[in-house]
Design a protein around this ligand. Sequence first.
Ligand code: PSU
Ligand code: MN
Length: 307
Amino acid sequence: MSVQSYLSLSPEVAGALSAGKPVVALESTIITHGMPYPQNLSMAREVEDVVRANGAVPATIAIMDGKLKVGVSGEDLEVLAREGHKAAKASRRDMASLLANGVMAGTTVATTMQISALAGIKIFATGGIGGVHRGAEASFDISADLEELGRTPVAVICAGAKSILDIAKTLEVLETNGVPVLGFGTDDFPAFWARESGHKVDQRFDDAAGIARMLTIQSDLGMGGVLIANPIPEEDAWEASAIEGFITQALADADAQGIKGKAATPFLLQRMFELTGGKSLESNIALVKNNAKVAADIAVALAGKRA
Ligand code: PSU
Ligand code: MN
């Protein structure tokens, strides 16, 4: 069967894509594994609303009913949010097995990029990407997101990488994989809850039009993904020093409980939620919405260039 036969596009997304209208992909592991219910559901709905309010069509992507769904319905969003950790977490290697067994799954950044590319979507907004975990020199735990960014031509708008990861090593691997790391209005690569990590981005762009020009050239050159790092809004940001203690504690807890592999990121996010009395989640939701806005602006600028 053709690749297309595994895809199921909502009528709205299919219509927008064939008309050349701006579309922004959204991932679903953030719904199933990244946030607790019911905040995950309200976040998912609000982020779709932000994309619409800024002139683009949202396409939340998930694996459901034996299909790669692009633009899940309101009911499907609710099913994903309630299912939470009972759903699978789909990375690149899981896709064929999940489809073969008809298993429901949230899609990670890597898998959402893959499915976006199959559907013809160029822009994708999320919170934070996976990266090189602290201690990776022993565990070898490096997210498949970094490899996918190197090969799949989709631009990912994120708030950087969380400092539960090793940000310096994450940036090194992105460089090895040939991934441009752009700062949106910043020279410093943001650290998710904090606006700065102390590490530089490759290039800074101050508006969506500039990014759209860059993405057009990247595509003309036949190159892979681009990472666009957009700092969390000032009013929702933490000082790096204020959050480091919680991160150290969360990492120590993961170690003590022997949490590793694909369970690591969801566990650390949940521990951060508990340790910060829910404040890490409020910031997380704010930064995802901020990324959705920038992604919609870039998608609109790109659609204008093609028109
Ligand atoms: N970071 C977050 N929230 C998330 C994730 C990362 O703040 O929900 C999810 C994304 O889907 C990302 C995945 O692609 O975790 C990375 O998982 P891993 O480290 O196992 O590759
Ligand atoms: Mn991993």
